[in-house]
Design a protein around this ligand. Structure first.
Ligand code: SF4
Length: 739
């Protein structure tokens, strides 16, 4: 029996964990209460992480598709065959015919992220699609335009804040972090509130967070941008700007004019709130001693998401909330990732082949993957590596994407399990679980709300036939003679290290990602590598500091914040010209929510994660339910222009009238690749309702939180009650049985 102190790598809270291991099996996971920074958010997802680690369907060797079943293969067979097929495709159709989709778990595995890029650079393809285009692209786009870097993080300074304006987020369920880490953030907000801080929560639902708010504003979905512009307008009209902060803003007069031209009553109708409410919130926010505003997926997952995010940044900027106590702070970290990005990112803007959509932070939008696979022409995607992703369920247009994936010449899935998006894979490549590998998140040290570092330790040894994804990407690059990172010499170093390690019988001399982690730590010149390793519970290596935003964060050539990018201004004016409300009574706006025990599509397929309710349902307001003749438990059909699903209704006054709330991430199947058992699935994939063509024109984010749908009753509760955990294979017309 041994105890390993490490951290959970399922979400950005990165809780410190104490893992008990017996005979290389994890038997218990609990919070590491000696962790210097993060453990208080510890939740059931982290507690049951060994369910996926020890899942009976775990991929334990490479598997090759043979007709309608999979057969085990050696690594050499896998790499040789995949390399050969990719080289043939590249020779025939060019490098862009090979693509990768990067799912969320890959971003929580540093070595994976590094070497996926190394392989793609070596192949020479631009076709990289990422899950960030489903939730945070708007944030990257705003950062790029305003501050000159898509990855600049401005972190909430929670403990000093006297007025929180939190929009489209439910921190009681999902924590206060988004791309960043704010451990125990929600409880810290509540502690500040208990000490007199104002807590304003904007959300169409009365969430668990909203129930604690001083004021809850049930905004109209897609209307957040109008609320935020209204707040700016009131701030300008009353002269509540911070003049010193405004001196840093280029083209502020353009923003003033935009706000002046907007009519507050129109904005109030757009966002579904009274104009007096907007005035009151503006006053409370602008006049508070300290304050910050933050927007998450409730704002981002709309076609108006970038404009909403932009106005949020402007509100913080003009009221002087950046780089100040209680506002938004730039953490310099121990590796300057913002500077590294500036040095290493491609100078040229790249766009998708079919619709000319730009890449954001290096990745094309997931919603565009279908077109890039099915539309013929030069650069059409013919081979795809699905890197820890499940876009058939997490992205819009799942049915069309499923069919597109089936048409590929080569689909390689790299994951710990065979999920919904992998069912047409020609090769299944087994990756390690995070408890089977070590890690150091060097590139996100600027996203910790305090200077903190922890070397994440490996808890158990993986099956000898399972390899880390970085190793697969490296071996594939070597087999293809593709220069890693697109640079000559790297392949030689890797190969030479392997020869030396073998000759001397010292496996640790073989190249591994630690070399890279260490080099990055040394390059940061702030902390020592050995000191990191010596703190098994993590290490607070400094104090919270202010004043680094301009000197270290801001990357615009003139050193100013570019407050009014012309494309943003034009899009805002287009929104202002739209009729304020679509009052069609026969349609609803589909929005989402998250519970503390779910995380995108990762975990809803694990039996232990949610003991009582293993399915999602459609939550509607009592007045809407009465109009539709629907009761709780009735089977309803929810339909959009692109798809329909059937699921149970749940009538609750927590939901705003005219909206329907259905949680995302359900309805994904996990297959038994050996074909001896049935696929496992819970709930329904509601993203088949979302139109992949309805994108935010600035960030290419789909309307995952604002799709128009209709609802009708199919069966009453007495008829429809049954086993809702049964997979609805009718959603997947090309479905094949797993066995
Ligand atoms: S999933 Fe839960 S335990 Fe894991 S890091 Fe996130 S909050 Fe912590």
């Amino acid at each position: 029996m041994k105890t390993v102190y490490t951290n959970c790598r399922i979400c950005t809270a990165n809780c410190g964990t104490k893992v008990t291991v017996d005979d290389n099996r994890v038997i218990n996971i609990e919070p590491d209460k000696e962790n210097a920074y993060s453990w208080r958010d510890f939740c059931r997802k982290g507690q049951t992480a060994h369910e996926s680690l020890q899942h009976p369907y775990r991929l334990t060797s490479p598997m090759r598709r043979d007709g309608d079943k999979y057969v085990e293969a050696t690594w050499e067979e896998a790499i040789t065959d995949i390399a050969r097929r990719m080289l043939t495709i590249r020779e025939q159709y060019g490098p862009d015919a090979i693509a990768m989709y990067v799912g969320n778990p890959a971003y929580y595995a540093s070595a994976n992220a590094f070497f996926a890029t190394a392989l793609l650079d070596g192949i020479g393809t631009h076709n990289r699609f990422g899950a960030t285009s489903l939730d945070t692209n708007n944030w990257h786009r705003v950062n790029q335009e305003l501050y000159g870097s898509p990855i600049l993080g401005l972190l909430p300074d929670v403990d000093e804040c006297k007025c929180f304006l939190l929009i489209g987020m439910n921190p009681a369920a999902s924590g206060l972090g988004w791309g960043w880490t704010v451990p125990n953030g929600w409880r810290r907000v509540l502690a500040a509130q208990a000490n007199g801080a104002d807590l304003i929560i904007v959300d169409p639902q009365r969430t668990a967070s909203a129930e604690k708010a001083t004021t809850h504003l049930a905004v109209r979905p897609r209307g957040d941008w109008a609320l935020l512009l209204g707040l700016l307008k009131v701030v300008f009209e009353n002269g509540w700007e911070d003049q010193q902060a405004c001196a840093l803003l280029k083209d502020l007069d353009v923003i003033r004019k935009l706000a002046a031209d907007a009519d507050l009553e129109d904005l109030a109708i757009h966002c579904g709130l009274e104009s007096d409410v907007i005035k009151d919130v503006a006053r409370r926010f602008a006049l508070a001693e300290t304050a910050y505003c933050e927007t998450h997926t409730g704002v981002s997952q709309h076609p108006t998401g970038t404009i909403g995010e932009w106005f949020q940044h402007l509100l913080n900027l003009v009221t002087g909330r950046i780089d100040k106590p209680g506002g938004k702070r730039f953490e310099r970290g121990y590796v300057d990732a913002v500077a590294l990005w500036e040095r290493l990112s491609p100078a040229q803007e790249i766009v998708t082949r079919v619709r000319g959509l730009p890449a954001t932070a290096g990745y094309f939008p997931a919603a565009e993957l279908i077109n890039e696979i099915v539309v013929p022409g030069d650069g059409q995607v013919r081979a795809l590596i699905m890197n820890a992703g499940n876009p058939v369920v997490s992205a819009p247009g799942g049915n069309q994407l499923d069919a597109a994936l089936e048409s590929l010449d080569l689909l390689v899935a790299v994951d710990i399990l065979q999920r919904e998006s992998h069912r047409h894979a020609h090769w299944l490549i087994p990756d390690t679980h995070f408890l089977e590998r070590e890690d150091l998140f060097t590139l996100i040290s600027q996203f910790q709300d305090m200077p903190f570092v922890q070397y994440a330790r490996q808890a158990v040894e993986p099956n000898p036939n399972v390899r880390e994804a970085w190793r697969f990407f490296t071996d594939l690059a070597l087999a293809m003679k593709a220069p890693l990172f697109g640079k000559r010499g790297f392949n030689t170093v890797v190969k030479a290290s392997r020869v030396v390690a073998k000759l001397l019988g010292r496996p640790l001399l073989e190249f591994n990602p630690r070399w890279l982690f260490r080099a990055l730590v040394v390059s940061g010149r702030r902390i020592k590598w050995k000191a990191i390793l010596s703190h098994e519970h993590g290490w607070m290596y400094g104090q919270k500091e202010y004043g680094h935003f301009v000197s270290k964060g801001l990357k615009t050539p003139d050193g100013l914040v570019h407050a009014a990018p012309s494309v943003f201004v034009a899009e805002a004016r287009r929104l202002l010209a739209l009729p304020p409300v679509d009052d069609a009574t026969d349609t609803f706006i589909l929005i989402g929510l998250r519970h503390s025990h779910t995380m995108n599509t990762w975990l809803s397929d694990l039996p232990g994660i949610r003991r009582k309710k293993k399915y999602n349902d459609a939550e509607i307001h009592p007045a809407d339910a009465e109009r539709l003749g629907v009761d709780t438990g009735d089977l309803v059909r929810v339909a959009s222009r692109v798809g329909s699903i059937e699921l149970a209704a749940s009538v609750t006054d927590r939901v705003r009238q005219g909206t329907v709330v259905i949680e995302q991430g359900w309805g994904s199947r996990v297959f038994d690749p050996k074909g001896t058992s049935e696929a496992v699935s819970f709930g329904v994939n509601r993203n088949v309702l979302v139109d992949a063509a309805d994108l935010d024109p600035l960030s290419q984010m789909p309307a995952l939180n604002s799709q128009k749908v209709t609802i009708e009753r199919v069966e009453s509760a007495s008829v429809s009650s049954g086993d809702r955990a049964t997979p609805d294979v009718t959603q997947h017309p090309n479905s094949i049985p797993a066995s």
